[in-house]
Design a protein around this ligand. Sequence first.
Ligand SMILES: *Cc1c(COP(=O)(O)O)cnc(C)c1O
Length: 415
Amino acid sequence: MHDFRYAGGVLCCEDVPLGRIAEAVGTPAYVYSKHTLQEHYRRLEEAFSGIPHLVCYSVKANSNLAVLAVLAAMGSGADIVSGGELYRALKAGIPAEKIVYAGIGKTEEEMAYALRQDILMFNVESETELLALDRVAGEQGKRARIALRINPDVDPLTHPYIATGMKEAKFGIDMEKALAVYQQAASLAHVEVLGVHQHIGSQITRVEPFRDSLEKTGEFVRRLHEHGIKVRFINIGGGFGIPYGGEEVPYPVDYARAMKPVLKEHRCTVILEIGRMIVGNAGVLLTKVLYRKRGGAKRFLVVDAAMNDLVRPSLYGSYHEIVPVEERERERETVDVVGPVCEAGDFLAKERAMPRVEEGELLAVMSAGAYGFVMSSNYNSRRRAAEVLVDGGDFAVVRERESLEDLVKGERILR
Ligand SMILES: *Cc1c(COP(=O)(O)O)cnc(C)c1O
């Protein structure tokens, strides 16, 4: 579900016409719906209401402070992958005791920061990281609470760039080795074993990979118990997929139903690290058509948003629906929607059959709330877009468009 729909002939976010936002803020701009965020969070909470659980919103999907604050107010925790994300999560009001920290390359500085803040736990991804964490915690006279990230080796049936739980992935620890690493963890003076962590990938649109991986993880938890290692948390990671083009995907209740048997058996608190499912369809990228252009038999729409604003199409070949903001009878045509960046790989859509739009018109690139702005860059010295949060009939800029001064901030000419 989402709150972007046509009303009075124009596309609105909740009760605000997108044209009004473009007029006030300019384009390109990311526009997020507060109500959609809240509704997605609520559905997730409800789906898992029968079992002890903690939703840790995956900050990397969309780390805008205003977005984080909306989720913090709903009671969300945070799944972070860097010291920077920890800073954001805390600033937005997410309590440290609801923060879990994943990532294969945590520096000692980041570990020390997270320990000082007393986060819930670290999701440790290798033996050497475990030893480093033990050392850093020792320096602070503390015990670091941890889960080890294990690889259930299940194919999540998604894009290879976002499949993370297979044996050859750079993430996590192989199942065969995991028991020994747990035993080592249990023997360390400054580490406390609290849970098991898995994260098999992103944009997964079937329940089976979750059911299968959780069964393997559940079996592993049983083995841990046999060896005297008791865990209180099972972290199932994230990856719930969303519809990008009207396709059917499971609802949170479907995932919950498939996973409940294993989760109930172990009486652990389940941690959910959900990003995309909460924010993906809560945001659009608003852009203006600069030029219509032909190249041979091809038609191009040159728009003012580019791969530096939304890289998913260029990076993963991702599909984003693109719709005109003004609703009217139109011819259809097949076009490439491209940005101004000087790269042949800079496109938002290729060979797309869509309603004909004219120069100066506004387009909404749908489902851009997750892995959109957060992956943006200043390539071609393009200023990063503004971000706007809509709440009913009101909207507010929650990140200003960058200025020219912002572009050169921190740079120096040597004379
Ligand atoms: C990216 C990530 C998530 C969130 O993935 P989504 O597909 O956005 O739900 C959760 N856990 C970890 C460890 C991640 O790296």
